[in-house]
Design a protein around this ligand. Structure first.
Ligand code: MUC
Ligand code: MG
Length: 390
């Protein structure tokens, strides 16, 4: 096998899989990518998405990439792209430079010791190391995570302009292209009554489609109690994060009254938070996100924790580009169960994705890249063009 970068070595040297895999460079850049339309959440709205793209280089010259996604600055979560880049430069990169990229657990621990939380930042560096290690060895990242169990995943599209006519037209376009037949409606930026009117129109216009609603913490317990029966009448299949993260008991009470399962998103970043949500009855489905877990193995551990508590799994997103989506898919492809599929619409909502070959969306599924590393190649010209200037 001609392993890239070490083809000149003797068989004995080649047999040492660690040789040439020391981390020589970690370089984060900020990119701003316009979206095809305004994307609204209860507490923010975006017309462009900001990411930190991390370039990791190994001693054998292999380069890997990883991504940290944010939404609306330090709004969806506390990390902004500016903070992510600064903390990678000052703390995470120095903690792992010179270490071997294949020491995945040790590198995670070194980064955790250097900076607490900073999950999006750590997840981006960790993804870049998995990509570089896989590309260097000619192996897909999923193999480091137990091996893929599926090569494609049903993928949902999020409707979030707030204008029912526009949303119906957008959904019909996705349906006729056979790209998406499940939709997520963002709620909470209109009054609950207006949101119910909007939902009624959308569900009537899209018979047979599964509709998930994400409230992004906008409701009180009383509002949820009042409107959940109407959502059940409309056939909504899942409600995501209706109340604020701290309100575990209140969320547990509404979940107990609801015939629609409640999904935990912003309320659980850590394993302990996942357990707290499950055991208080606040959530019976968990939304997996790299930016919450802070590393590919950490994401897989989060899935195991949620599953052990009896929760079903949903592959969440933060509008990642194709690169971030590939990191998620490397993990999602290895999970024993993923009952709710995933929602990786990010590569299609940014006007310019950063990949040479886009990830395939076909027959309502996103196809998991299978090549070495994360299985995708960054278009370096596009990356340079979209990099934020100092
Ligand atoms: C979230 O809360 O799930 C992901 C999809 C979307 O529409 O918003 C984000 C964040
Ligand atoms: Mg959510």
């Amino acid at each position: 096998m001609n392993v890239p970068g070490i083809s000149g070595l003797s068989p004995a040297e080649r047999a040492d899989h660690r040789l040439g895999r020391d981390i020589t460079r970690i370089e984060p850049v900020i990119v701003d990518l316009p979206t095809t339309r305004r994307h609204r959440l209860s507490n923010t709205e975006v017309t462009f998405q900001s990411y930190v793209i991390v370039r990791a280089e190994l001693a054998d010259g292999t380069v890997g990439y990883g991504e940290a996604a944010t939404l609306g600055g330090p709004r969806w979560a506390e990390e902004s792209v500016e903070a992510i880049k600064a903390n990678i430069d000052a703390y995470l990169a120095p903690a792992i430079l010179g270490r071997n990229a294949l020491d995945f657990e040790a590198n995670l621990l070194a980064m955790k010791k250097a900076a607490s939380r900073n999950n999006a930042a750590r997840g981006a560096v960790d993804s870049a190391l998995f990509d570089a290690a896989g590309k260097s060895l000619g192996l897909p990242t999923s193999l480091f995570l137990g091996g893929a169990l599926r090569d494609r995943i049903e993928v949902l599209w999020a409707l979030a302009s707030g204008d029912a006519d526009q949303e119906i037209e957008e959904a019909k376009g996705k349906l006729s292209a056979r790209e998406h037949r499940r939709f997520k409606i963002k709620l909470g930026f209109h009054s609950p009554a207006d949101d119910m009117a909007r939902l009624t129109r959308i569900t009537e216009a899209l018979p047979g489609c599964e509709i998930v609603c994400d409230v992004n913490q906008a409701w009180s317990e009383a509002t949820a109690i009042r409107y959940l029966p109407r959502m059940a009448e409309l056939g909504i299949v899942l409600i995501e994060q209706p109340l604020r993260p701290g309100l575990l008991e209140a969320t547990g009470r509404i979940a107990a009254r609801s015939s629609i399962p409640i999904m935990t998103d912003e309320a659980a970043f850590t394993g302990a938070e996942i357990v707290a949500n499950a055991t208080s009855g606040a959530g019976s489905v968990y939304s997996l996100k790299l930016v919450k877990s802070g590393g590919l193995m950490e994401l897989k551990r989060a899935a195991g924790t949620a599953q052990a508590c009896g929760m079903e799994l949903y592959g969440g997103c933060l509008l990642e580009t194709g690169l971030g989506a590939a990191a998620h898919l490397a993990v999602f492809s290895t999970l024993p169960t993923l009952e709710w599929g995933c929602e990786h619409f990010g590569p299609r909502i940014v006007k310019t994705d950063l990949l040479r070959e886009p990830i395939t969306f076909k027959d309502f599924h996103i196809h998991c890249p299978t090549g070495p590393g994360l299985g995708v190649d960054i278009n370096e010209d596009a990356l340079a063009a979209m990099t934020r200037k100092a």
